[in-house]
Design a protein around this ligand. Sequence first.
Ligand SMILES: Cc1cc2nc3c(=O)[nH]c(=O)nc-3n(C[C@H](O)[C@H](O)[C@H](O)COP(=O)(O)OP(=O)(O)OC[C@H]3O[C@@H](n4cnc5c(N)ncnc54)[C@H](O)[C@@H]3O)c2cc1C
Length: 623
Amino acid sequence: MKHKITRRDFLNGAALSVAATAIAPYSSFSIGNTGNGKDYYPPTLTGMRGSHKGSFEAAHALVMGGQRPNEYEPVDNIYDLVVVGGGISGLAAAYLYKEQMGPDVKILVLDNHDDFGGHAKRNEFESSGKMLLGPGGSLNLEQFNLSPAADQLLKDIGIEFKTLQDAGPDDYALTNPEAPFGIYLSKDLYGKDTIISGDWQSTWSGDGSYEAMIKSLSLPESDTNKLITLVSGEQDYLSDIPLADKETYMRRTSYANFLYERVGLTKKAAKVTEPWVRAIWGVGIKSVSIMEALDSGAPGLNAMGLPDSVTQPEAPENPNAYRTPMFPDGNASVARLLVRKLIPQVAKGNSMEDLITSRFNYSQLDLDDSPVRVRLNSTAVNVVNRDKELVDISYVSGRRAFKVTGRNCILAGYNGMIPHLCPDMPEMQKQNLAYGSKVPFVSANVLLKTSAAMRKSGTSLYQCCNEFFELVTDAPPVDLGDYSVSTNSGDPMVMYMLHMPAPEGDDNQSGRDLCRLGRHKIMASTFADYEREIRQQLIGMFGTNGFDADRDIEAITINRWSHGYAYEYMDLHDPQWEPGQAPHELGRQPFGRISIANSDSEAYAYVQAAIDAAVRAVGERAK
Ligand SMILES: Cc1cc2nc3c(=O)[nH]c(=O)nc-3n(C[C@H](O)[C@H](O)[C@H](O)COP(=O)(O)OP(=O)(O)OC[C@H]3O[C@@H](n4cnc5c(N)ncnc54)[C@H](O)[C@@H]3O)c2cc1C
């Protein structure tokens, strides 16, 4: 879930200037899902998804052990473009290339997973004969933050933003930053399992009945009073720092240290501010600067002694300006719209409404006579400029190794993998590509036979302090086309739960170190580990409302994203590079007939970055 609150725009803008897994031998690889027959429909698969068995072994053998097949079987005629990576960036690149170069160009998209979409995957369930959807990872479209090119592409593939915005309820906090939500405090740390629902966004801004809201957390009196003072704005905690130096201080000081040392909060109280920060950054309040935490909606903006022009931005003319449209399966619908445009025979229809319940025919994805082909279960392991005209792309599928040739290639997977894919690339470019670290996440969708216990809590999104899953929410309650989400308490529902595995770490560990540790933790955890955590946490949260894990849980899909968000540079851990000199900018230069897309190449973990990267890469190749 990426969803920055509106403050980010002005905090980043002008206003402040005023002021390990073991490597299997190569031959032992097997893939989890083979074949492309008529029953092949990965969205309904449950259990361990995301980085599922069969999707990562070839890449890990290459990256960790330098292992590649000795020989590759050449297949297919020469393509005009081969795209490595079937996430939104790769699919957008294929779409834009086709648009610019004409309908007859031959394009192949390779992806290592058994489904397309990258993080934008669809989790589909059925309960009592009814379809229920959840997002496998990526959820919201920040319409207010799109580049003109991304905006145009999304409209061209059939997205009507206003209709989509209106299709969801006003009080769903994932789409409406003003909506109320719950804070869950567990018995383990806070002595009692409680959910306190209300307008926390206003509370953290020092508006409304913020004192009463903070008191309702039942923290020790000293913490309660300090939190109230923090949000009230009555005290300038940085009064010893001249206004001109405040930004530097706020970028160099960890938010956790600020809360402990200047505000005087205990760790337990400070944890209340953490879940959303972790959802945005993947790491905790110790690893983000004051500025980054405030940007993510954490409390304290009024307590820095900043001018009103910073703390009281003008309200947008349109009160819905910052509401984010969302599909019931999140951005999987963006991926599906792209695929249907590229390969119309996968599904009938031409609107976003008829897409939503449409069952794609995966057997149509990779047909000989189709100008565009999407080939799943295929991990690229070697990408080499053969000469000035052609690129050879070798990939592994199951136990077999193949080679295709393209006149152009766009790498839309992960930056960190490119140095291993392209051994001939200049060392400096490889180093720049390897700089960032993907931010790991686990997003689970839990199908519940009845929503009765959840409905009693009176809200639909929970920030869970110090819990395994720090964000728990109803899957998007969006009614679109024939798809509708029941709010009757007796009916089934899907809960979306987000886990950020990066540990708290110590002062010597950078954000990138913590992401790597989180990645190892994810890969070492089993489905049973996640299932246990889900059951325990839902019992803690909703047990007193009558939730019974044995009775109520019908299915679980774990989306394991060991390579999650693109790495965004962090105030505390990365230098400020001159424009054009940041590692992602130096690393993404074209290499022969190979260009680089994917959100890593924009160092920005959002759909719009994935599309912007595709626009740039296609601009380099469509000549
Ligand atoms: C849990 C989660 C929630 C998110 N929520 C949001 C959100 O709400 N809003 C938002 O804007 N963004 C969100 N994001 C960010 C998301 O990364 C982007 O929105 C976008 O989907 C990234 O697209 P991409 O194509 O750049 O990368 P990816 O989605 O990672 O796609 C790249 C694809 O290339 C494949 N690949 C890599 N290497 C190879 C290889 N060698 N051979 C073959 N295939 C390869 C990958 O496995 C993957 O399938 C979320 C991310 C996660 C993990």
